[in-house]
Design a protein around this ligand. Structure first.
Ligand code: SF4
Length: 810
């Protein structure tokens, strides 16, 4: 939906679009020079015709590809003169409504809406069928206008992809009746459209007057802001490395908000890789809202005109975690769409829609807060969420952006994590024990296919004859067994669409695994691994072994190495995107692995403080290679103790694993019990994490031991005397494993050897992130100890920030 500038001859254009002998229109014409609001048929009908309860139970559905294929099959059956994808457009009052009707059969004078389904048309809920009719009736009204028809047959065609059969619901409509329905639908929407248009005008006007919420830009912050504005103006991608302490969040949000009215941007999405980034973004947006407030501190005009929505995870937004999401189980799903209009109107009036505000509004109207948030995505100006909302295969933002044709500008914070996050989005694992358990729980009709899948998987494991192996491809027999089992599961849930429980969860896992197996190419590994119990040879991940403390199992895994092929189209479709972080060098790493366009811009923003504020020293005599750790421990602990004695205060000491951390902390505790220390532990909850951080007190003294790459190595803000230095032991290289070897080989194969994409580049990004805890403001001063002689190697120093002046300790 968008607001259009009216052409000078608006009235003439409007009347000219209507054939002289067309049926009388029920829609009023707008006055000359008034605005016109463009809306798709789909949006118009979803807004005005969706009623009843929310129902998120599994219902059989076809994929987008199957939908296209289904439409092709139906068109072929109709004959050569069958028209497809008929572009239609009409005005009604200030609305310009447009869309594409699926097909017109001239011999039967029948306009068709083809819905590709899986299963029985009778299983389609009545409120969804009502929506389908509303869409078809709207197309019918537009079609009659354009073709000057007095009447037309409308047919809803449900095409089942499994049986390739059609189920047709046909009805004859007079043009006047369709015109009346169309006018009623437009009338139900026009008030909302009016306020949306007014909102957009007010928002854009206010954003033009938005002022920077600080007295001035910090050093480097202006460079960053200018680069972000340029990328939005040019519709390009930008990779921005900017050090901590320059105010990246507001330095990226402010210029993008300024670009919104100038470059016709519909929405901004601020996406983070970790939850803490969302809090920072909301704080910055809160300051920007108050940016035009003057002395009162209340939101200024720009603030009031800017709708900010937090995309809340389901487990945070759900009020009834013990219930299923449908009207018969959850009171907040019952009648959801009947009460949604009131909640929606109140929400957009509020404008500031963080989790608490969404909850308040939703509960006042008796509907689910989580699903209210999903609805509000359409009407918000700034969306604050997680990267999976855009980059996951089923990402909400990606789906809506395509369907509603948004001009979306995106900011990705902590973007050094995006490669790893995206890899996880496009990886999946299937355990044989999981298939076996599903077979036992499954009904007889499915059990055979699951048993066959178990057998095919077991044979595959036996054939590999190694605890871990990467196969060149998924064997055909296995893929066939997988497809058969997934098909049988689909068929079962087609017939029992309202089922819930663990078998349904397994069904989703199986479908996802199958999709990734079918998409296998050199961007992913297909590997097989056996688990013979904890600590046994062949376990490539401690976590996996821990999960299987009870006995043996085997897993088949699609392990994504380079997500570029999945993300390239998404980056291309965005109006602009800025990936920013303190650690993104070398830029080719993100550009090549994520599939950013080749013409992507790069900026490396200098630090906001003089280099002398951070004293960086390398402990030359220390090797933290695995084989040397015991030998070097004494010396390593001595460096930490000497630094503490020289400058008592709060420090963080980072190690590559919990075992190494415990050894070093234990040795220091034995030798220097007078130095206070506290340690990160495995699987710390929110309370324990807060307790760890609370030990860093102003003017305090002590050493917090933490894991490199862990929760305390990034996103932690300890300015001033809260933290005066850090020690980083090891290079942060990934542990040696056969999986890691294969990842490296595959990356070498894809991007050429010697790039360090498998180990050194991500390792140095972790190191620089951890080091970034020390200087948080331009006033801070601190020291950084790199505890390994390999930090002197040229290939390592090349990946460290150029402004670090590496001192030496003999
Ligand atoms: S409250 Fe929870 S159970 Fe109910 S509809 Fe919302 S998410 Fe589903």
């Amino acid at each position: 939906m968008s607001l259009e500038s009216p052409p000078a001859d608006e009235a003439a254009d409007c009347s000219g679009a209507t054939p002289p002998d067309a049926p009388a229109q029920a829609c009023p014409e707008p006055a000359v020079g008034t605005w016109r609001y463009a809306v798709s048929v789909r949006e118009l009908c979803e807004f005005t015709a969706k009623r009843g309860s929310l129902d998120r139970r599994f219902t059989p559905s076809a994929t987008a590809l199957e939908g296209l294929m289904g439409q092709g099959v139906v068109a072929q059956r109709r004959g050569a003169d069958y028209e497809t994808e008929i572009a239609l457009e009409a005005t009604c009052g200030p609305l310009r409504v447009r869309g594409r009707a699926d097909g017109f059969d001239p011999r039967r004078r029948c306009l068709e809406e083809i819905k590709t389904i899986r299963g029985q048309p009778d299983d389609i809920p009545p409120n969804r069928r009502q929506l389908h009719w509303a869409q078809l009736q709207t197309y019918g009204a537009l079609f009659c206008r354009v073709r000057k028809l007095p009447e037309i047959a409308l047919a809803l065609v449900y095409f089942d992809v499994a049986s390739q059969s059609e189920h047709e619901l046909r009805q004859l409509y007079g043009a006047e009746e369709l015109e009346q329905l169309f006018a009623e639908r437009c009338a139900a929407f026009v008030d909302w459209a009016l306020q949306e248009a007014a909102h957009r005008t007010a928002r854009d006007a206010a954003l033009q007057t938005l002022v920077f919420p600080e007295p001035s830009f910090r050093a480097g912050q202006r460079d960053l802001a200018e680069a972000v504005y340029r990328s939005a103006a040019q519709g390009r991608c930008l990779v921005a490395q900017a050090p901590t302490g320059i105010g990246k969040t507001v330095g990226t949000l402010f210029p993008l908000l300024k670009a919104v009215p100038v470059h016709g941007i519909d929405k901004i999405a601020y996406l983070t890789c970790k939850g803490t980034g969302r809090i920072t973004a909301l704080e910055a947006l809160g300051n920007l809202r108050a940016g035009t407030a003057g002395a009162t501190g209340a939101a200024g005009p720009a603030g009031r005109s800017l709708r900010v929505l937090t995309l809340v995870p389901k487990d945070e937004g759900c009020e009834h975690p013990d219930k299923a999401c449908h009207g018969e189980a959850c009171p907040l799903a019952a009648g959801f769409y009947d009460r949604l209009p009131g909640a929606r109107r109140e929400a957009v009036t509020l404008g500031w829609l963080d989790a608490a505000a969404q909850r308040d509004v939703a509960l006042r109207h008796g509907i689910c807060p989580y699903y209210l948030g999903q609805e509000l995505v359409r009407w918000a100006d700034v969306l604050v969420g997680d990267v999976h909302h855009l980059f996951d295969a089923n990402g909400l933002l990606w789906g809506l952006m395509q369907a509603l044709d948004w001009k979306l500008a995106v900011l990705v914070d902590e973007a050094h994590n995006l490669v790893e996050r995206a890899r996880r989005m496009y990886s999946a694992e299937l355990r044989i024990g999981q298939v076996r358990a599903a077979a036992q729980a499954a009904p007889a009709a499915v059990r055979g296919a699951l048993d066959a899948l178990t057998q095919a998987a077991e044979e595959l494991v036996l054939d590999t004859a190694a605890p871990y192996a990467v196969l060149p491809a998924a064997p055909d027999t296995f893929v066939q067994a997988l497809q058969t089992a997934a098909g049988a599961m689909s068929e079962h849930f087609n017939q029992h669409p309202l089922s819930v429980g663990s078998l349904l969860e397994f069904h989703f896992d199986l479908q996802r695994f199958l999709k990734l197996v079918e998409a296998l190419s050199d961007h992913s590994l297909f590997d097989v691994q056996t688990f013979l119990g904890p600590g046994s040879p062949g376990t490539v991940a401690d976590a996996h072994a821990a999960d299987h403390a009870g006995g043996s199992d085997a897993a088949l895994c699609v392990r994504n190495v380079a997500p570029a092929c999945f993300l390239r189209q998404r980056f291309k479709a965005l109006h602009s995107v800025t990936l920013f972080s303190a650690t993104l060098a070398p830029p080719e790493y993100a550009i090549r692995l994520l599939g950013l366009p080749e013409d992507c811009a790069w900026i490396d923003v200098p630090p906001a403080f003089p280099a002398e504020h951070l004293s960086v020293r390398v402990a030359d005599g220390i090797s933290t290679r695995f084989a040397h750790r015991d030998r070097s421990l004494e010396r390593l602990v001595a460096v930490i103790a000497e630094q503490f004695d020289q400058a008592p205060g709060n420090y963080l000491a980072f190690f590559s694993s919990f075992d190494y951390l415990d050894k070093a902390a234990g040795r220091l505790a034995a030798q220097r019990p007078d130095i206070p220390q506290w340690r990160q532990a495995r699987r710390m909850g929110a309370g324990a994490r807060a307790e760890f951080l609370s030990r860093f007190r102003p003017q305090g003294q002590g050493i917090g031991f933490a894991v490199l790459g862990g929760v305390f190595a990034e996103g932690v803000d300890l300015p001033g005397s809260l933290l005066i230095g850090a020690f980083i032991a090891t290079l942060g290289l990934p542990p040696v494993s056969v999986t890691q070897d294969h990842m490296q080989q595959r990356l070498d194969q894809l991007f050429g050897p010697g790039q360090g994409y498998a180990d050194l580049v991500p390792a140095m990004q972790r190191v620089v992130q951890a080091a970034g805890r020390v200087l948080r403001t331009p006033e801070d001063r601190g020291c950084l100890w790199l505890l390994d002689d390999r930090y002197r190697r040229p290939e390592v120093t090349a990946l460290l920030p150029g402004w670090w002046q590496l001192g030496r300790r003999a």
